[in-house]
Structures are given as C-alpha cells and as structure tokens.
Design a binder for this molecule. Structure first.
Ligand code: SF4
Ligand code: SF4
Length: 106
C-alpha cells in the first residue's frame, strides 16, 4: 500500500501545475517590490538592507492572500513580481512538484 501511495504522489508531482489544486504555494515566496509599486503600506515590510517586500504572516503566506478562497486579495493591484509568475511556468512547476524551496525560487 505504501508503494501505491508513493506512486500516486509521483503521478501528482508530475501532473501539470494548476492553481485550483495548489493552495497558493507561490504566495509563500518572498515578493520583492519595485520602488514604483503602490501596495498599501500595511501589506508590506522592509527587510534588512532596505529591500521592500510583501509582508508574510507567521505561517508563511503573504498577508494579501484571501484565506477563504486561497487566492490573491489584491489581484488587480498585485505586484509586478506576482504578475510575472505564470501558472505551469518553470518556477511554478518547480514549487508545485516540491522541487523548489522558498530561498531558491524567490
Ligand atoms: S501559479 Fe503555480 S505555484 Fe502559484 S498557485 Fe498556481 S499552480 Fe500554485
Ligand atoms: S500579492 Fe497576491 S499574488 Fe502576490 S504573493 Fe501576495 S497574495 Fe500572492
């Protein structure tokens, strides 16, 4: 049975990434903001070195994430970095399959 579970996990990890079955894994990555971006200040924070980023809650998810729908709560105004992040693109696929960590995918 363990083998069957492992095989199913392998199949899932090889399946094309899809936001509807993902739990917003990319919304736990560090999102660096361009100086020109007008994201409300309470949703952002400053890292050591002065880099402005989206703030994350203690559980790691971006504070702008809508926890009920598990999608972006500021979708129309989301940062440029989030706009560039494409479903089933290389970074998304790596995160979706568990191959990437926050530090190497951010
Ligand atoms: S873009 Fe990729 S990592 Fe982000 S929620 Fe969609 S499937 Fe998941
Ligand atoms: S701004 Fe929106 S899309 Fe970007 S990480 Fe936060 S919740 Fe996700």
């Amino acid at each position: 049975m363990l083998g069957a579970v492992s095989s199913q996990k392998q199949v899932n990890s090889m399946a094309a990434a899809n936001c509807s079955s993902c739990d917003a894994r990319c919304c736990r990555l560090t999102v660096v903001l361009d100086a020109s971006e007008r994201i409300p200040a309470h949703l952002t924070t400053e890292m050591s070195g002065g880099l402005r980023v989206m703030a994350r809650a203690e559980d790691g998810w971006c504070v702008a994430l809508d926890r009920v729908r598990m999608n972006c709560g500021i979708y129309e105004e989301r940062p440029a970095g989030c706009r560039r992040f494409k479903m089933a693109g290389p970074y998304c696929s790596a995160i979706y399959s568990g191959a990437a960590t926050r530090s190497n995918a951010a």
